[in-house]
Design a protein around this ligand. Structure first.
Ligand code: FES
Ligand SMILES: [Fe+2]
Length: 420
């Protein structure tokens, strides 16, 4: 007989309603309205180079299908993908000066979404003046193309220190996850999973493969603090003193859903989660590392794929990033909070959900939510976030992703390389 829990209908209903409020991101939804108060990446610059043969790509964000194009002056336009004439996709359109023309009958739209030409219609057709499509501000910073889909005036695009520092170089890995953004973002608010998913499970798989095991560590204390841009997570490992940076400083979950994590020697990684729609999330693994002295600046931020499945279509159980994606995706397309059993070690997840609900209410009251920046002085020259210099657990010999290895291995490689 399957186990059937006792009926808790009222509580179940309440949690199910809250689940909807927290996870749905389409236009007009409470979370969708909140998410639209922030800039989000819609593409990497490497996906829309200036010399691209067809300088327009389809992008999807917050349940909206859009066409992102590079105009002839090098600037960017972001408009609704569906042509208002008979629905062909502008993402296959023709770029002409600073406008995009539909491939079907060549209606032309500018970067503000105004219809500028309908070549098959007489010049005095009043329809031309009336037609408008959605158009959104776009900015290109740090090798990413960022869009703002909310009410104007748009807030400032945050200048996070390691994204804009010229003495750093960046690269960006991209993963496409078939699940809701919240279960991806919550992973940051759940520090204890490191002991189990990344240590116990890693060793389980490695032992079965005949590989050496990694050292285990245990958390002694956890703390979560609200700050100006989100929540700071702090951890004290058993055996570390209270002076450890991971306990004194910690690192942030930048609201709404970006983690900033430090590895070692100045290597900082942003994990930027972008809700594509209710059941798809694009995850940017954005690495920033100090550039070696004398090394010339790269002309482009390189982009690479960070898959969650191997060539056999199965999860990759012994790669760090893929382990996280395995547990995020396997929770289901939108994980059902009403059948969870939250425990004491979920305190960070509980705080994150509660704070997000409070932020939705702020937006509903007409206020800016936590982390929206309108003051140039705060954004200049950059925003310096609290972050420990190094994480103190070891994954020697463990692959972090398809493209790079984890700290100790990286460090050994760096030390072996002659300084330039
Ligand atoms: S469908 Fe776009 S111009 Fe006709
Ligand atoms: Fe993880």
């Amino acid at each position: 007989m399957p186990y059937v829990p006792p009926p808790r209908r009222a509580a179940h209903q309440r949690i199910a309603e809250r689940n909807e409020r927290l996870t749905r991101v389409g236009p007009g939804t409470p979370m969708g309205n909140y998410m639209r108060r922030f800039w989000h990446p819609v593409a990497a610059t490497a996906e829309l180079r200036r010399d691209a043969e067809l300088p327009v790509i389809p992008v999807q964000i917050l349940g909206e299908r859009l066409a992102l194009f590079r105009a002839e002056d090098g600037g960017l336009g972001l408009v609704a993908e569906r042509c208002p004439h008979r629905g062909a996709a502008l993402s296959y359109g023709m770029v002409e000066d600073d406008c995009i023309r539909c491939p079907y009958h060549a209606w032309k739209f500018d970067r503000q979404g105004r219809c500028m030409d309908q070549p098959a219609e007489p010049d005095d057709n009043p329809l031309k003046r009336e037609i408008r499509i959605s158009a959104y501000p776009v900015q290109e910073v740090g090798g990413l193309i960022w869009a703002y889909l909310g009410p104007l005036p748009a807030p400032l695009l945050p200048r996070w220190e390691f994204v804009v520092r010229e003495d750093y170089e960046q690269d960006v890995g991209i993963s496409r996850l078939p699940c809701n953004w919240l279960q991806v973002a919550e992973n940051t608010m759940d520090p204890v999973h490191i002991e189990f998913l990344h240590m116990m499970y890693t060793n389980y798989v490695r032992k079965r493969k005949g590989l050496p095991v990694i050292p285990l560590r245990k958390h002694k204390k956890l703390e979560f603090e609200l700050f100006e841009y989100g929540i700071i997570k702090k951890r004290l490992w058993e055996g570390d003193s209270e002076d450890s940076e991971e306990w004194r400083v910690g690192h942030p979950q930048i609201f709404p859903c970006t983690a900033q994590v430090s590895y070692h020697d100045g290597w900082v990684q942003f994990q930027i989660r972008v809700p594509v729609d209710d059941t798809n999330t694009r995850l940017y693994w954005y690495n920033c590392r100090p550039r070696n002295a004398g090394q010339p600046r790269r002309s482009e931020v390189p982009m690479w794929e960070n898959p969650w499945a191997g060539p056999d279509g199965k999860y990759i159980p012994d790669q760090l990033n893929a382990q996280d994606m395995m547990v995020m995706i396997s929770q289901g397309d939108i994980t059902d909070h009403s059948v969870e059993n939250l425990a004491s070690s979920d305190q960070g997840v509980v705080m994150y959900r509660r704070t997000l609900l409070e932020q939705i209410e702020r937006v509903e009251r007409g206020e800016d939510p936590l982390g929206v920046i309108r003051d140039e002085a705060k954004n200049t020259p950059w925003i310096d976030l609290p972050i420990e210099r190094e994480i103190s657990f070891g994954f020697q010999g463990v692959q972090a992703s398809a493209a790079y290895e984890f700290p100790e291995t990286e460090r050994q490689k760096h030390e072996a390389e002659p300084a330039q």
